[in-house]
Design a binder for this molecule. Structure first.
Ligand code: ADP
Length: 293
C-alpha cells in the first residue's frame, strides 16, 4: 500500500504517523475512524447550508459509538463522509489510517468494499430478495466460505434460518443478517443509520445483542439513532447539535465538548438563560463560571 502522508499529520505525534506509514504500525489498536475538523457545506438554491461545522472524532476498534441529535443536526452528513460516500468541504476523514478523500475515486470505492458494511434503516434495503440468508453471505467471499457463513449465522442467532429468503425473515432477523455480512466480509467498520427504527422491542434487543457480538469480535460500529433503547448498549454517545459535537457520554458521564477554537455548546435549557446572546465569564480556582450579564 502506498499513500502519501498529509504533511499536516507529521506534526501530530507518533500515533498518526504510524497510521499513515503502515509498516510497524499497530493497526489493531489504532483508531479505525479519525475525523479531523470535518466541515460540510451544501450549496442549495436558497443559499449555503452549514451541515457539519468542524467535527473531531476518533473511534477505536471494537467500539460501538452512537451519533445522536435532532433532525438536521448533521448525523447523516457525517456518516456519509465517514463512509466515503460524500467528500468533506474541509478537514479529513481517515478509515484505517487512509485519508478516504485524498485517494482516487477508484481506490476509495475499493477501500469501502474492503472495510465498510452499511446497514440501512429499512431492513429489505440491506439484502437481495432472491437469495437465502446463507447465499447472501456466501457471495461476499471469493472462495469457499461455508464454515465462515455458518459461524456468522450462529453468532447472530440465525443458525436455523440459513435457507430462508428475506421475505421469510422478520425485520429484526433481516437486520441481524445485514450485520452478519460484516463478519463474513471481514469488515472493520459497520455504519448503521437508524437500524432499529422499524423494529419492535424484542427485535431491537436482538439487534443490540448482535451489535455486541460484533464489537466483541473487534468490529467497530457507528450508529446514527434517535432510539433511546439503543443508547445504553453503546460504549459512547456523541450528541450533535447544529453540525457540531455538543456532548459526549461515555462510561455513564456526559461531558460537554470544547472545540479547537475554545467554543463550548450549552445544553438547550442553559442556552435559554441567555436570550441576549451575551454572557459574563468568570474564572475562579474551581474553573470557569458563565453568568447572565
Ligand atoms: P440529520 O441526519 O441529523 O437529520 P443531515 O446531515 O441530513 O442531518 O442534514 C444536516 C443539514 O444539512 C440539514 O439542514 C439538511 O437540510 C442539510 N442537507 C443535508 N443534505 C443536503 C443536501 N444534499 N443539499 C443541501 N442541504 C442538505
Amino acid at each position: 500500500m502506498t499513500h502519501r502522508p498529509d504533511p499536516e499529520l507529521l506534526d501530530l505525534g507518533p500515533i498518526e504517523i504510524d497510521g499513515v506509514t503502515g509498516p510497524g504500525s499497530d493497526r489493531a489498536s489504532a483508531p479505525v475512524v479519525v475525523c479531523r475538523h470535518v466541515v460540510k457545506i451544501y450549496t442549495a438554491r436558497t443559499g449555503r447550508v452549514f451541515a457539519v461545522r468542524g467535527i473531531d472524532l476518533e473511534v477505536d476498534p471494537g467500539e460501538a459509538t452512537g451519533i445522536v441529535g435532532p433532525s438536521g443536526s448533521g448525523k447523516s452528513s457525517l456518516l456519509r463522509m465517514i463512509a466515503g460516500l460524500d467528500a468533506p468541504t474541509a478537514g479529513s476523514v481517515e478509515i484505517d489510517g487512509v485519508d478516504l478523500h485524498a485517494v482516487s475515486a477508484r481506490r476509495r470505492a475499493r477501500l469501502r468494499g474492503e472495510l465498510v458494511t452499511h446497514v440501512h434503516q429499512r431492513p429489505p434495503d440491506n439484502l437481495l430478495p432472491h437469495l437465502t440468508a446463507a447465499q447472501q453471505l456466501r457471495r461476499l467471499r471469493d472462495g469457499p466460505a461455508d464454515g465462515l457463513v455458518a459461524e456468522a449465522l450462529d453468532t447472530l442467532g440465525l443458525g436455523e434460518l440459513a435457507d430462508r429468503r428475506p421475505a421469510e425473515l422478520s425485520s429484526g432477523e433481516q437486520q441481524r443478517l445485514a450485520l452478519a455480512r460484516a463478519l463474513v466480509a471481514g469488515h472493520r467498520l459497520v455504519i448503521a443509520d437508524e437500524p432499529t427504527a422499524q423494529l419492535d422491542g424484542a427485535s431491537t434487543e436482538a439487534v443490540l445483542r448482535a451489535i455486541g457480538s460484533l464489537t466483541r469480535r473487534g468490529v467497530t460500529v457507528l450508529v446514527a439513532t434517535h432510539d433511546p433503547r439503543v443508547l445504553p448498549h453503546l460504549h459512547r454517545v456523541v450528541a450533535l447539535r447544529e453540525g457540531a459535537v455538543a456532548a459526549i457520554t461515555e462510561g455513564g458521564s456526559e461531558r460537554a465538548v470544547i472545540d479547537r477554537a475554545g467554543r463550548l455548546q450549552l445544553p438547550p435549557d442553559a442556552r435559554a438563560l441567555f436570550p441576549d446572546d451575551r454572557a459574563v465569564v468568570r474564572r475562579d480556582d474551581d474553573g470557569v463560571r458563565i453568568e447572565r450579564p
